[in-house]
Structure formats: structure tokens, C-alpha cells
Write a protein that binds this ligand. Structure first.
Ligand code: FAD
Length: 501
């Protein structure tokens, strides 16, 4: 008998079923399980629940008679119904919890992971080879470029430089309101989406399952075909403008030139190698400038890959790190994505983007949502859970390094050299969000005090002892000594409470 193969809901592309060495048998029957307990445990964004279920059901429809698709309360129940008793094969899941589950089942063979560029043992050898020194993403990224021959001319970086970040941090064009990039690919919903919506309505009505956010028209690909169309559209029409304004924010143009491919990559619908190779080909054929191609390759072969590897390398305890001892709970308005309750225009705009789409690009995630949480001293585990639930591309592996490490500095600097937070001046320089805001980025006390400017100084003051020993923060921390109104600012911040700014 051919051993059946279990596909998780983020293993939906062809690579996960490809036979051959380390793969399932060519004709292996496939098992897919829709476990409702997943949605009971966490209050997900409804657009995310919709996307994942739509993608799973579309994949099942493609596989036809080959798949046994079971709707069950838990994975264990679903497995019992689908195959009775193992043997079974499964690809290495993407979370520690799921890996623990499949390893606890006797007769289940765990096959090597798919969807990433570097085998975990190779990364471990690379990281251990750094002899306990701080790991640097830039070193890792160059190692991946060399190893995969990505954007390389023999031993040298193609285009003359490894890093084009300097060209990729431009503020948005003044007064334009939009970058004017060609529109991104948007899928068309079908009967599978209708069925998913009906099921989600019923779960909410009859089953006590709760969601957050709005489930508008589906914005992200649910099938390989849609994901490939999105990749084509991005590379052909939008990649050229990706680089320069990567870090900019515009109220009326939340997507700018970003690819919107994260959910497709994380569902397994796209393979990272095909994405970066497409970008490199576009540069070599003269269709896009090198800073845009390199910027995109860095995001995928550098950041995404690094985050995946660190999730496993840092170990299970990493999720509990809380170096800054931040324990405040997340306030209701943030949990409910209540953008209308927020006066600060930047935060309100971005929270509305999350509420309406389950997506915003990396700078609003880091420098608005994450930075505000850091300045307010919110519990990093709760912030991690919030990002995981509220973003269409959120998964455990991608959350921990990005939120615990990068955004909340809860690992005390293991992942980044300094906390990522700023005052309103940065937001003002990189966006058009300050414009009609009731607060002024230059003011730190009084009625018009910008919550980011005041929050920044209060954060530096609170963690002065730790941060002044950090070379990259010394100057900023010493700036506290020049603030004649520091006492007033600290009183104001202490009185602020947890209401929306
Ligand atoms: P683009 O800007 O077009 O970038 C291309 C691709 O690079 C993305 O699709 C993504 O696959 C990859 N990428 C870039 N940076 C990262 C990174 N730091 N980690 C992982 N992949 C990266 N990304 C997620 O996929 N899921 C998340 O839940 C997530 N949460 C984040 C939370 C915080 C606090 C921060 C700072 C970043 C987070 N990111 C996450 C990374 C990044 O913000 C998103 O990948 C990106 O905004 C998705 O939009 P895009 O596809 O248009 O990306």
C-alpha cells in the first residue's frame, strides 16, 4: 500500500508533493485536515481565516480524488477519520507546536521542509561557526547569495555592491499622495470563497468562534495560478519602482511598490527561489534597476530566510523573552482594531489598513504599530500574538524573530543591534501621515504633543541604564539631558493611561 501524505494548510504548492528523494510517493494519497480548534484558540482576522480556508479548499479541489479532505475539531480527530492508523508521511511543519504534534504520533515520518532556501543543518553550521558572536543578517545574506549564485558575477556582487539600502530609503514624493505605481494583481473570488464566507458566518453565529477585522473582497492569491499571476504582475510592472520608496508611507497609497507576495510565499504557493530568480532575470535583461532587484532579493533571500532560520536556531524559550520587562496588557482599542477611536493620524490610518485588509507593509508594522507597543511597554508575548492573529501572512515562525526580536527588543539585542523606535520626526520625514494630524511631530509636551515624540523620550528615559551602554544609542540617550521639560513630559506620559492617542 502507498503511504498517505499529510499536507498542512501552509504547504499548498507543488514542491510539497514533489516525489523523489525525501518526498512522498508519486501516487501517495493526500490527507488535508481543516481543524476548527485552530480558530477557536485564537481570534484571527477574518480575512486571514478566509484566505487560509479558501487556499486549502482550492488545493483540495485541484487534487480531486487523490485527496481526503476532513473537517474536524482537532488534527488528531481528523487524522483518525482520514487514515485510521499511520503509517503516514508529512513535510516538516512550520511551527514548533505542529512539529511536536507530528513527532508525537507513532508511525509518522517527517520529511525535510520545503519553501525555504537553506537546509537547517547548514544554517546551524554557519551560525555555530560564528563562535557565539552576534549573528548579522548582512553576513547571512551574502552567504546565501554566494551559496545560491544569486545576483553574483563570479565571486563579486552583480551591480558592484552587495547592499543598495542607501538608494532604497527615500521619503515619498512630496505632495503626490500616491507613488503612481501600476495596480497590483487582485484575484477574483469564486464559489469556493462563497462557501468559505457562509461557513465563517455560521461558525460565528452558531459555534462561538470569533474573528476580528473585516472580510472584504479577497485581496490575496489562494491558488498557485493566482500566485503566479501576482508574481508576474509584480515583476513585469511594479518591481522597477520597488527599491527607492521601500520605506515610505502614504495615507492614500498603502501598497506603494510592495509585492504583496508574503501570504503566497507563506502558504507555500510560491517558492522563494522562483521569486528571486525572476527578479534577477528582470535586472539582467535591463527591465529593472539593480537597487530594486537587490532590494527585493534581500527581503526574501536575506530577511525572510534569516527569520525562518532564527526561529529554529533560537529555541523554544525565545518566545518568552522579555528583556525590557514590559508587562502592560494590550488595550481594547488596539485589540479590536478600532482605528476610528484613534486621533493620531498615522496610527489610525495604519490600524484601519490592518482592520480592512490584514496587511500593511514593513515600515508601518515596525515603526508605527510595533514602535507604539514598545513605547507603551506592552507585553511582547501579547504583541506577538496580536500580529500573528491580525495579519494575513502571520505564522509562528515569522512572528517570533520579527516581533520578539526585531520589533520589541525583548531578546535584549540578540537579533538587532538597537531597538527600532523613533519620534514623530521620522514618521513625518518618511510619510504624509502627519499632515492634518491633531498632534505635531515637533511637540513633546502639551495638548499637541505627538505620542511618538513624547513616547520616544519616555522610552529612552525608562531604559536609560541599559541603552546608554549601546554604542548605537548613546547619542540618543544623552539627548535626554538637553530636555528642559523632561519631568513634565514624564508626568504627561504617566497620566496618559491606555486610551487611544
Ligand atoms: P515586500 O516588501 O514586497 O517584500 C518581499 C518579501 O520579502 C515579502 O513578501 C516577505 O516574504 C519577505 N520579507 C521581507 N521582510 C521579511 C521579514 N522581516 N520576515 C519575513 N519575510 C520578510 N512577514 C510575514 O511574512 N509575515 C508576518 O507575519 C510578518 N510580520 C511582521 C511583523 C513585524 C513587526 C515586522 C517588522 C515585519 C513583519 N513581516 C512579516 C515582514 C514584512 O513586514 C512582510 O513580509 C511584508 O510587509 C509583506 O508585504 P510584501 O509581501 O508586500 O513584502
Amino acid at each position: 500500500m502507498t503511504v498517505p501524505h499529510w499536507l498542512f494548510g501552509d504547504q499548498l504548492g507543488p514542491a510539497f508533493l514533489s516525489p523523489g528523494e525525501g518526498g512522498p510517493a508519486r501516487d501517495a494519497p493526500v490527507v488535508m485536515i481543516e481543524a476548527r480548534s485552530v480558530f477557536r484558540r485564537r481570534r484571527f482576522h477574518r480575512a486571514k481565516a478566509h484566505l487560509v480556508l479558501s487556499a486549502m479548499r482550492h488545493r483540495a479541489a485541484e487534487l480531486g480524488d487523490r485527496v481526503r479532505y476532513v473537517r474536524a475539531e482537532t488534527y488528531r480527530e481528523g487524522l483518525r477519520e482520514a487514515v485510521g492508523r499511520p503509517p503516514l508521511t508529512v513535510r516538516h511543519p512550520t511551527s514548533r507546536a505542529a512539529l511536536g504534534l507530528v513527532r508525537s504520533l507513532s508511525g509518522v515520518t517527517v520529511l525535510p521542509p520545503r519553501g525555504f532556501l537553506v537546509p537547517q543543518e547548514d544554517f546551524r553550521a554557519w551560525a555555530d561557526g560564528h563562535g557565539g558572536q552576534r549573528l548579522l543578517q548582512e553576513d547571512f545574506y551574502r552567504w546565501v547569495r554566494r551559496g545560491h549564485g544569486l545576483l553574483m558575477d563570479a565571486d563579486a556582487p552583480a551591480g558592484g555592491r552587495w547592499n543598495h539600502d542607501h538608494d532604497n530609503r527615500e521619503p515619498p514624493p512630496k505632495g503626490a499622495g500616491t507613488l503612481g505605481a501600476p495596480a497590483p494583481y487582485r484575484p477574483r473570488e469564486d464559489a469556493v470563497d462563497d462557501e468559505v464566507r457562509e461557513d465563517l458566518d455560521r461558525w460565528e453565529r452558531e459555534d462561538g468562534i470569533r474573528f476580528v477585522g473585516r472580510d472584504g473582497p479577497r485581496l490575496f492569491p489562494a491558488t498557485r495560478r493566482e500566485a503566479l499571476a501576482a508574481l508576474d504582475r509584480f515583476v513585469e510592472r511594479r518591481l522597477a519602482g520597488f527599491g527607492p520608496h521601500e520605506d515610505a508611507m502614504l495615507a492614500g497609497d498603502p501598497v506603494l511598490s510592495h509585492s504583496l507576495l508574503s501570504s503566497s510565499l507563506n502558504l507555500g504557493l510560491l517558492d522563494p527561489l522562483e521569486c528571486v530568480e525572476r527578479a534577477e532575470r528582470a535586472w539582467r535583461s535591463g527591465e529593472v534597476p539593480v537597487n530594486s532587484a537587490e532590494g527585493f532579493v534581500r527581503q526574501i533571500a536575506g530577511w525572510r530566510e534569516y527569520v525562518w532560520q532564527l526561529y529554529w536556531y533560537f529555541g523554544e524559550d525565545y518566545r518568552h523573552r522579555n528583556a525590557l520587562r514590559h508587562h502592560a496588557p494590550l488595550p481594547e482599542w488596539f485589540l479590536e482594531l478600532d482605528a476610528d477611536a484613534v486621533g493620531a493620524r498615522c496610527l489610525s490610518t495604519v490600524l484601519a489598513q490592518v482592520r480592512d485588509t490584514g496587511w500593511t507593509h514593513h515600515i508601518p508594522r515596525l515603526m508605527l504599530l510595533g514602535s507604539h507597543a514598545l513605547q507603551r511597554g506592552w507585553d511582547p508575548a501579547a504583541v506577538t500574538d496580536w500580529f500573528h492573529r491580525c495579519f494575513v501572512d502571520g505564522y509562528d515562525w515569522v512572528m517570533l524573530p520579527n516581533v520578539v526580536g526585531m520589533s520589541q527588543y525583548a531578546d535584549g539585542g540578540r537579533m538587532t543591534t538597537k531597538p527600532y523606535t523613533s519620534g514623530g520626526a521620522y514618521v513625518n520625514r518618511m510619510s504624509d501621515l502627519c499632515g492634518p494630524c491633531p498632534y505635531r511631530p515637533t511637540e513633546r509636551v502639551g495638548e499637541r504633543a505627538c505620542p511618538f515624540t513624547a513616547g520616544y523620550w519616555a522610552f529612552l528615559h525608562r531604559h536609560r541604564a541599559r541603552l546608554e551602554g549601546n554604542q548605537r544609542m548613546t547619542r540618543a540617550v544623552r539627548g535626554l539631558d538637553r530636555l528642559a521639560d523632561l519631568d513634565e513630559l514624564l508626568r504627561q506620559e504617566a497620566d496618559r493611561g491606555d486610551g487611544p492617542p
